[in-house]
Design a protein around this ligand. Structure first.
Ligand code: SF4
Length: 464
């Protein structure tokens, strides 16, 4: 398959919903909207959509703007010092109730581990410095850590974090809604984004998820969660809540993705849709394909890589022309537009990686970006922290009395920092939150691009 043929198919295939057949319910059914009937969504089964438990607000006077952290980080870099991280990827558990083949933790998923407790995490956050603006919570399934809301609250109390992303398979819609009520009432200054996983049409998604539960409809749970979160945003005035759908482009689903993209854009309409490329380190797990390096040397794209290029190009075109909603809700609209623009630039960086084109920034993992594993390993990124052959963790917070700075400024960290962007893990790396975002945020060239693109988005984004 050539890139041209994928582009052709993405742009000319007939438009249809892509949602598998379900009987249409009458629009009057239990007072549900036509849209919810069509998507099979019944929010009446989720009590937290209607009623919420009240939580007292955490009083915090921290300045949570991004301007000062970027200025401080750039100043430190200019002076040859190590900045405190602006962004953190925090794995809160490696347990999961699904068993997806493309998961980056597939090899160690559900291995018995000793996850950090909230008290331990509190002590780590308290020593992370005054630059932390964005945290991505990932796993495993994040919501299996029953203390996830308290972990986020700890970040809110101990750091100037503004943006929190939670990646989830959305296995239990009411539980995710309850977490949202707690976090947004306790931490009113936060901007919260749920990133919900969905891999394509219902039958494909539910097969890929491997839930091992008879009749478990993972697809419907994700759609229900998205609609439930949109409903509570409106009902309870959570103006800084966002819900995005995330699809991983893999050898198993790439042929479905042109149609799936149209379904997302025209029918499902999340606040944003992310198409992620299956990690390089996962690609050899179940698929007999050449290594990334061999593929690039031969100049041949795997079909899933060609699809990624075609669809992300289409996404950018549709976003800029106002056909696809791709905008975060934030207290200041320009903030949301800038965040969306950064996402598009990150996608552009991954496209460059696949095509081996020149990047406009170098990786900043280990300086602007930090990684904390569920058991306390600190490093620049997960590939470094968990490399089984040449491990590049700075150390474990449990060994330094939970003093993050003791690891961040250690001789070991300095030695590993020299390998960032130059190690074998780095060739073909497409880690959005660990390679791309921290680098984009402190690259003057990328920030100018984001400002221009963000302004375009503000003008063009369609009203949902
Ligand atoms: S390029 Fe990727 S693997 Fe290399 S240090 Fe950066 S985030 Fe880690």
């Amino acid at each position: 398959m050539t890139l041209a043929s994928v582009l052709e198919s993405a742009s000319t295939a007939p438009l249809s919903s892509g949602i598998e057949e379900r009987p249409l319910l009458p629009s009057s059914d239990e007072g549900r909207s036509d849209r919810h009937c069509r998507l099979g969504v019944d929010l009446n089964q989720y009590p937290a959509v209607i009623q919420r438990q009240a939580f007292p607000q955490i009083i915090s006077k921290r300045n949570r703007g991004l301007g000062w952290p970027i200025a401080r980080a750039l100043t430190a870099s200019t002076l040859g010092q190590v900045p405190n991280p602006v962004m953190l990827t925090h794995i809160v558990t490696t347990r999961c109730n699904y068993l997806c083949s493309f998961c980056s933790f597939a090899d160690t998923l559900n291995a018995k581990t000793d996850d950090l407790t909230v008290d331990e995490i509190e002590r780590v956050y308290a020593t992370m410095g005054n630059n932390l603006n964005t945290i991505v919570y990932s796993g495993g399934e994040t919501t299996l850590n029953r203390q996830l809301p308290e972990i986020i609250e700890s970040a809110y109390r101990n750091t100037p974090v503004k943006s929190v992303y939670i990646i989830s398979n959305a296995w239990k819609p009411n539980h995710l809604v309850e977490i949202t009520h707690q976090v947004l009432q306790r931490c009113p200054g936060l901007h919260l984004t749920w990133s919900l996983s969905i891999e394509g049409p219902r039958s494909h998604n539910n097969t890929e998820r491997r839930t091992h539960a008879e009749g478990w409809d993972a697809w419907q749970n994700t759609i229900d969660t998205m609609e439930a979160l949109k409903a509570i945003r409106q009902r309870f005035g959570y103006d800084q809540l966002n819900v995005q759908l995330c699809t991983v482009c893999t050898p198993d689903n790439h042929h479905l993705l042109p149609e799936w993209y149209r379904t997302v854009r025209d029918d499902l309409q999340p606040d944003k849709w992310n198409l992620n490329l299956m990690r390089k380190s996962v690609q050899m797990g179940e698929h007999a394909m050449k290594s990334f390096e061999e593929r690039r040397q031969s100049g041949a794209l795997e079909p899933f890589e060609a699809t990624y290029l075609a669809i992300t190009e289409r996404v950018r075109h549709d976003v800029v022309s106002g056909r696809l909603k791709f905008l975060y809700n934030t207290d200041f609209p320009l903030d949301g537009a800038l965040k969306s623009a950064v996402d598009l630039l990150s996608q552009e960086a991954n496209r460059n990686t696949v095509m081996q084109a020149k990047q406009s920034f170098g990786c900043k993992a280990g300086s602007m970006g930090a990684y904390l594993s569920s058991t306390g390993l600190v490093s620049g990124c997960e590939e470094f922290a968990h490399n089984p052959i040449a491990n590049k963790a700075f150390g474990n917070v449990r060994d330094v009395d939970y003093d993050f700075q003791a690891l961040w400024r250690s001789p070991e960290a300095s030695a590993i920092r020299c390998k960032v962007g130059k190690s074998s893990e780095c060739n073909g790396c497409t880690l959005e939150s660990q390679r791309n975002y921290p680098a984009i945020l402190v690259s003057p060239q990328s920030l100018v691009q984001a400002a221009v693109l963000g302004t375009q988005l503000l003008v063009k984004t369609p009203t949902p």
